[in-house]
Design a protein around this ligand. Structure first.
Ligand code: C2E
Ligand code: MG
Ligand code: MG
Length: 759
């Protein structure tokens, strides 16, 4: 007995960190039995118990009691008292090695298998009593040992013959074989039984459990068997005292082994610590790498975001200008280098956005971006400038006319509908083209000219392309000048409000005035509002101008109201921009307050196209305006596409028939029919009608026949200054008192003499 033999055992529950495998099975609280008490585990445990008990009974029946002498009792006592108490914990596992197996092996060799099986069972039972209070544990532990030793004894017997006989023979090769079989059988049966129980309990794979806990113990089984063989041989030749002589050697070897394992454990702990440090360090390094990678990504992301459009991923204005700068430099150095810029603006994109929603609008822009890219070479730059505006730089063209080819290709590409979320969307684009031959110095100028050409394309009917030329340039310059002049006009008070009478056609009485803005340009004289109002809208100056007109007109009407004692209305035009101005309501309220004008005396005119463009929003706005008490009229009626379903929902009191219908109205022709229809429609909807642009007696007579209530036109008066309008009003009031029936006959000044502005 030189080396301790391995024997996986349970340990007291006080030391759960050092539990050996079998203890893992049984050290759980009783309730946890539920957890692993699935059928297979229970079945297996009970099977082991039954077989172990059977092995015990069988061995007890076949035990040769006669050969059990004092030596046996001595060895049995040592095995039970000392064997399991001397154990060494195996580093990094839950297992431990005890010397009791070496004693059992010795008993097999000296007193045959049955005695060994019974002793092993008793020893396991006693050890179990020491560490556990549960009977089931004692039964199972004893049974495992009984069964594993039964298998071992019978394997050796069947393969090599009786080990007790072999020890007595001098032929040692067979003994060595028997010892090896004994070690192997005990190792296999004992560890397999316990590994099975463990695997069933934990749900882990059997092979994994066995390898982790028992692979290392094989050598010690063999060492234990060898030691037992050696001691048995020595006892055979020297006598039983040899066993006592071996005790100090066993003790020395045991303690040396224990010291060795302790130092291994210390080293392993150090290695584990070092491994943990390395692991931590690697984690730290990996984290650092991750952070720096993320940093790099976000740097790239920001760099990309600074030069690209977030929606389409296309280069943005900044990047396009950069490329343009390069193109201009190249064109300066190499005269044969030709480039062109295409400025693209979608036609009626706002309609798509308003009707199908911004989501579809965004999808359209993305799809368009991809389609544009598909029409170009990789060396060209497609960029999104914002909204529905795109610009393309065609670099290194062979011929300037190629740019027109590209524009045509793009327009042809847009003929195909876009399929967006189940909607088939058709769109067209207006394209402005400018060429490098214009000898540009600044990239912004290139874009500006392409933009100008695009506007020209829009003016000419959209869905087409226009090449920028010098005439356009001159026009653009003139427009720019006009814009500057317009800004100054506000500061220099170059505006004046003119008033054109609104007349009741049956009585020819003045019922009110329309306020019409006039700009007296220092060089160009009077400029038509049709020319500068769109510019004022574009530049945003309309807000300031519109407010001024509203203030002037309301104040003027208030002074007229004090002058004449009958109901009069002042009509003020609202442009589309003003109409969608968020603070319009407050502005009107304030103006009415300041001027003290009764809200019913103010009529706001909104052109039909503006109202119908976004009818839903317009209805809301009109309702809010109406709530102020002001009257509302739809101007230039008949020129837009009015939807009847909306018209009746608008809180509008008046329709102003566009002057184009009145001007072309002849007896029985279709314009007269249109006028008749509008009048009937207005009557049905409970609205009043004003016919604009009445110039002749014939038109007046025809309108009277059609039962049109009100009118406005040069026949009565051109738009006139406030003073002239006052004169008209007073004169007319006087004639009115004299029951005059025709304004033109009695009071109206000759239009040519009162109007300073001719349309
Ligand atoms: P509108 O509101 O339809 O104004 C009527 C236009 O028809 C005026 O032109 C007026 O002078 C003209 N007119 C009146 N009777 C006759 C006629 O018998 N024959 C002809 N040929 N024309 C006649 P005006 O003053 O040039 O204004 C043009 C447009 O400019 C206006 O059309 C209105 O839309 C806009 N506008 C004028 N003043 C303002 C303003 O203060 N604010 C805004 N937002 N728009 C204004
Ligand atoms: Mg008007
Ligand atoms: Mg009008």
């Amino acid at each position: 007995m030189l080396l301790p033999s391995p024997k996986p055992r349970y340990l007291p529950r006080k030391l759960p960190q050092h539990l050996d495998p079998i203890t893992v099975v049984f050290a759980l609280p009783p309730d946890d039995m539920e957890a692993y008490s699935n059928r297979f585990t229970k079945l297996f445990l009970w099977l082991v118990i039954v077989l172990g008990m059977a092995a015990c009974v069988f061995s007890a029946i076949h035990l040769d009691v006669a050969q059990l002498d004092r030596r046996f009792l001595f060895l049995a006592l040592i095995t039970v008292l000392v064997g399991s108490r001397l154990y060494v914990r195996v580093p990094r596992t839950k297992g431990q090695i005890t010397v009791s197996d070496t004693f059992i092996f010795l008993i097999i060799l000296l007193f045959d298998g049955e005695a060994a099986i019974l002793l092993a069972t008793i020893e396991a039972f006693c050890t179990s009593l020491r560490v556990s209070r549960r009977k089931f544990h004692h039964m199972f532990n004893a049974s495992v040992m009984a069964l594993s030793y039964f298998i071992t004894v019978w394997t050796v017997r069947l393969s090599c013959g009786s080990p007790a006989v072999l020890v007595q023979q001098s032929y040692s090769q067979k003994l060595i074989l028997a010892l090896s079989v004994m070690a192997l059988a005990q190792y296999a049966s004992n560890t397999v039984l316990i590994a099975c129980a463990l695997a069933l309990r934990t749900g882990e794979r059997f092979w994994h459990v066995w390898k982790h806990n028992f692979l290392y113990t094989s050598l010690t089984y063999f060492a234990g068997a060898s030691a037992a063989g050696l001691v048995a041989k020595l006892i055979g030749s020297v006598g039983f005292l040899a066993f006592l002589a071996m005790t100090p050697i066993i003790a020395i070897v045991y303690f040396t082994y224990q010291t060795y394992l302790n130092s291994v454990e210390t080293k392993l702990a150090q290695i584990e610590q070092a491994e943990r440090h390395v692991e931590e360090l690697s984690r730290h390094i990996a984290e650092q790498q991750r952070i720096s990678q993320e940093l790099q990504h976000s740097r790239e992301h920001f760099r990309h975001a600074a030069f690209h459009d977030a929606l389409t991923g296309l280069p943005n204005r900044a990047l396009l200008l950069d490329h343009l700068r390069l193109a201009i430099e190249t064109a300066k150095r190499h005269t044969d280098h030709v480039f062109a810029v295409l400025f693209i603006d979608l036609d009626r994109f706002k309609n798509i956005n308003d009707s199908l929603g911004h989501g579809i609008g965004d999808h359209l822009l993305i799809a368009l971006a991809r389609r544009l890219e598909g029409c170009l070479r990789p060396s060209d730059t497609v960029s999104r400038l914002g909204g529905d505006e795109f610009a393309i730089l065609l670099n290194g063209l062979d011929d300037a006319r190629d740019a027109i080819g590209v524009a045509e290709r793009i327009q042809a590409g847009l003929m195909q509908p876009f399929n967006l979320g189940g909607h088939e969307v058709y769109t067209t684009a207006s394209i402005g083209i400018t060429l490098s031959s214009t000898n540009y110095e600044q990239p912004e100028h290139v874009l500006r000219d392409a933009d100008t050409a695009m506007y020209r394309a829009k003016e000419k009917g959209k869905a087409r392309h226009e090449l920028f030329d010098t005439v356009m340039h001159a026009h653009a310059v003139a427009l720019l000048k006009l814009e500057n002049d317009l800004r100054r006009a506000v500061e220099r008070n170059e505006f004046q409000v003119y008033y054109q009478p609104l007349v009741a056609l049956d009585t020819s009485r003045i019922t009110g005035f329309e306020a019409l803005l006039r700009w007296s340009h220092p060089e160009r004289g009077f400029i038509s509002p049709a020319e500068f109002i769109p510019l004022a809208e574009e530049t945003g100056l309309i807000f300031e101008i519109g407010r001024w007109v509203l203030n002037q007109s309301c104040r003027q009407m208030q002074s007229w109201r004090q002058l004449v004692a009958r109901p009069l209305k002042i009509s003020v035009n609202l442009s589309s921009k003003q109409f969608s101005q968020p603070n319009l309501i407050d502005q009107i309220k304030q103006t009415l307050n300041e001027s003290q004008l009764d809200p019913h005396c103010l009529q706001l005119e909104i052109t039909e196209s503006v109202v119908m463009e976004n009818a839903e929003a317009a209805a809301t706005m009109l309702t809010q305006l109406r709530a102020l008490g002001v009257e509302l009229s739809i101007d230039d009626f008949g020129t837009g596409y009015s939807s009847l379903s909306y018209l009746h929902r608008f809180p509008v009191s008046t329709l102003k028939i566009d002057r184009s219908f009145i001007g072309r109205m002849g007896a029985g022709d279709e314009n007269a029919e249109i006028v008749r229809t509008i009048i009937r429609l207005a009557n049905n909807l409970g609205m009043q009608v004003i016919a604009e642009g009445i110039e002749t007696e014939a038109q007046l007579a025809q309108l009277r026949t059609l039962k049109c209530e009100y009118g406005q036109g040069y026949l009565f008066s051109r738009p006139v200054t406030a003073e002239q309008a006052t004169a008209l009003l007073i004169g007319h009031t006087q004639t009115d008192a004299a029951a005059a029936t025709h304004l033109t006959e009695d009071a109206l000044l000759d239009p040519d003499t009162v109007s300073t502005y001719v349309n």
